[in-house]
Design a protein around this ligand. Structure first.
Ligand code: GLA
Ligand code: GLA
Length: 712
């Protein structure tokens, strides 16, 4: 990724005679998906008036407009979009213009039903919703790329155009396609990966169950089969799926780049929930600006932590040494419409959730969508302007957040402060660890990572979520404690790089069911966790997964569930906790060992959040990493920071259910909460952004000023 940002329009005279901001004036982007085609044009004037009242400065337009822009194969109608873009520009609102390819029109799927995706069980995904296309279909590509070219040609010089938005949430609904087009593309991908069938047969272990292939044409996607499909075939199909979608992103991008070399290009990622089809660490360098969609899950007891985790991870996807600002393309002002029960946000939560993304480096805060629909599948999804209209709590909160973001304008371009602690995240491990035919189908890769993240937050310790691919690169410098939860798939070079890093002074904490298999998903023999066995000084002969609803106890008093292992520890290994009961009573559950100048620790089970919080405290103390928070504020306060050469902006976020007072504040809250007696009082969902000017004599205040208790 380049260091490009939204190309804000040049200052110009607006419809009301005033001048718009200068392009160089710092600002946080604020806005939403705007779907004017859902409304009579008479409504548009009110839309832009209220957008201006709210401080909206950018909207995403055209995302689902294909059928209106090209109503028939040879008919184009851009007039309405021209008028919408002109109106927005005349009101000082920039446009993130979609290529409009996300939902092919009925005339296209009628003429070419062979573009429709097919599920694992052989069912066609019919038109009538959205994303009804096969990412690998040559026919779909021909039509979609013609639309991209038409959009690029028509709007290349439109003054409102600030950024291109490729498709929408690539892989949402249609990532895993098992059609004949997918089968053909999968074979091409496999031939590139393996060159020879011998190599594929070896990697896939086809000696098992009589699966030996003697021609490429015999290979299929892992469609519904009589028993568990070959695991490496499934893993490669996940790799292929991510690559196929990325390839489609690049195809659209190349057309846009040729037409408008100066306009940045993005596509909205879905770093959230269990969305695992797309390896965004691998995609991030393909876009000019990383953007993300995130939806809060009200029923999740770790909902806030999941949001914070996702925001942090988004900022680190490129693996660059200095985290780059990113664009929050979508989140919700209140309820969504697609969870089983769609909870409204609590008072203040709209602001808290948005500012948490900003704390982790978002330089734009956008929603789905501007005006709540009255028809269609998303009519009960919240928006900036709800059904109730402008006279509503949601719209008042939207206006007030616009003012807050105005007060934070100087943060634009600042970088999220790096932590000393990192969690490694790896898509291939996610795919492989959750495959079927495993010791337990209850393990969830991303949940494990979020549990560790939550335990660090509960200690007042910041933690970065970084791609495993950054290990050994400049993006991996500055970490003293690195946690690898359920890092199941570990190619030998990664195991070596982590071991070297630990021996050179780092502290590597390995979670259970890690280091099990190589890149082909072949088990490392000789005892688990094969890739880390020597480093950790432990050897596991057997796993002890646990039934739902059962638990075991550690001699430290904490409860564990889900997973145990029969761990044998070497003589130079210190046992920090043992199982009291469960499948392997008396056996080590948590170990640590000095290696070279550093340390390697192992956690062979799944402690509850209290237990994990205590473990993080213990590991952090072994690495001399202090808490940034006073004990009373831990657990309900998140602390994060953004930095420029001149100042540090400390975010204090109360996500607990009671007010909290944070002592030891020196600085001013840009959002207006007064600092009294050196402390700041935050109500439930309260957020403060304290600016501290850098002492000109010191260039890196954040790391050196760590002192237990005082926010730093
Ligand atoms: C494919 C993939 C699997 C799994 C399923 C989910 O089969 O190979 O890893 O993700 O899709 O539908
Ligand atoms: C996704 C899509 C939007 C909308 C929202 C609803 O993020 O990109 O078009 O459907 O979900 O939450």
């Amino acid at each position: 990724m380049t260091a490009r940002w939204v190309r804000w329009p040049a200052s110009h005279t607006l419809a009301d005679g005033t001048r718009s901001a200068d392009a160089a004036e710092p600002r946080i982007g604020y806005g939403a998906d705007y779907n004017p085609e859902q409304w009579p044009e008479a409504v548009w004037a009110e839309d832009v008036r209220l957008m201006r009242e709210a401080g909206v400065n950018i909207v995403s337009v055209g995302i689902f407009s294909w059928a209106l822009l090209q109503p028939a194969e040879d008919t184009w109608d851009f007039a309405w979009l021209d008028r919408a873009l002109d109106l927005l520009h005349d009101n000082g609102i920039a446009v993130d213009l979609a290529t409009a390819t996300a939902s092919p029109p009925p005339w296209l799927t009628t003429k070419h039903p062979e573009i429709l995706p097919v599920t694992r069980t052989g069912e066609t995904l019919w038109p009538g919703a959205r994303q009804q296309y096969r990412p690998t279909s040559p026919v779909f590509r021909r039509y979609a790329l013609a639309l991209v070219a038409a959009m690029a040609e028509r709007y290349a010089d439109h003054p409102a155009l600030a950024m291109w938005h490729v498709s929408n949430e690539l892989g949402c609904h249609n990532a895993y396609d098992y059609s004949d087009d997918a089968a053909a593309a999968f074979r091409v991908w496999l031939e590139k990966r393996y060159s020879t069938l011998d190599e594929l047969n070896r990697a896939w272990g086809t000696a098992f169950w009589s699966q030996h292939y003697s021609a490429w044409a015999e290979i299929l996607p892992p469609r519904l089969a009589a028993a568990h499909p070959n695991p490496t075939q499934q893993l490669d199909f996940s790799r292929f799926t991510s690559d196929a979608l990325k390839d489609y992103l690049i195809a659209e991008r190349e057309i846009l780049r040729a037409a408008t070399p100066d306009v940045p290009i993005t596509t909205n990622f879905m770093v959230m929930g269990e969305m695992k089809g797309m390896d965004y660490a691998d995609w991030a360098s393909e876009v000019d600006i990383v953007s993300n969609d995130h939806y809060f899950v009200g029923a999740d007891p770790l909902g806030f932590q999941e949001l914070s985790f996702s925001a942090n991870q988004t900022g680190h996807l490129t693996g660059s040494e200095v985290p780059e600002p990113w664009f929050l393309m979508e989140h919700s002002t209140s309820a969504v419409n697609w969870q089983p029960v769609n909870l409204a946000k609590t008072p203040g939560q709209l602001r808290r959730d948005s500012l948490t993304h900003v704390a982790h480096g978002a330089d734009a805060v956008c929603y789905f969508q501007w005006r709540q629909s009255v028809a269609g599948a998303e009519k009960f999804h919240s928006a900036m302007l709800p059904h109730a209209g402008a006279d509503s709590a949601v719209f008042r909160d939207v206006v007030s957040l616009g003012a807050d973001l105005g007060a934070l304008a100087e943060l634009a371009g600042s970088t999220a402060r790096r932590s000393r602690v990192a969690i490694l995240f790896d898509w291939p491990s996610w795919w492989a660890s959750e495959l079927d035919s495993h010791p337990s189908d209850l393990l969830r890769y991303r949940r494990q990572a979020i549990s560790w993240y939550s335990a660090a937050l509960a200690n007042g310790i910041e933690v970065d979520v970084v791609p495993a691919s950054t290990v050994g690169s400049a993006g991996f410098t500055g970490y003293d404690l690195v946690i690898a939860p359920m890092l199941y798939l570990v190619p030998a070079p990664l195991a070596e790089a982590l071991a070297d890093w630990a021996r050179a002074g780092g502290h590597l904490v390995v979670g259970f069911f890690s280091g099990i298999a190589d890149a082909d998903d072949h088990v490392y023999p000789g005892g688990y966790p094969g890739a880390f066995r020597d480093l950790l000084g432990v050897r596991v002969e057997e796993f002890g997964p646990m039934l739902p609803g059962t638990a075991a106890t550690l001699d430290t008093g904490f409860e564990v569930s889900l997973w145990t292992e029969n761990v044998a520890a070497g003589d130079d290994v210190e046992v920090l906790a043992r199982f009291v009961d469960g499948p392997f009573p008396g056996v080590p559950a948590v170990t640590t060992r000095a290696v070279g100048d550093g340390r390697a620790s192992y956690v062979a089970t799944n402690p509850d959040l209290d237990g994990l919080t205590a473990l993080v405290a213990q590991f952090a103390s072994l690495s001399a990493i202090p808490s940034r928070l006073d004990a009373a504020a831990r657990g309900s306060l998140e602390i994060a920071a953004r930095e420029t050469a001149d100042a540090e902006y400390l975010f204090l976020i109360n996500h607990g259910d009671a007010p909290v007072t944070v002592p030891g504040i020196d600085g001013v809250d840009l959002l207006g909460t007064p600092v009294a007696d050196g402390g700041i009082a935050l109500g439930v969902n309260g957020v403060a952004v304290v600016r501290r000017d850098r002492d000109p004599g010191r260039d890196t205040p954040s790391r050196e000023s760590d002192t237990e208790g005082a926010p730093a």
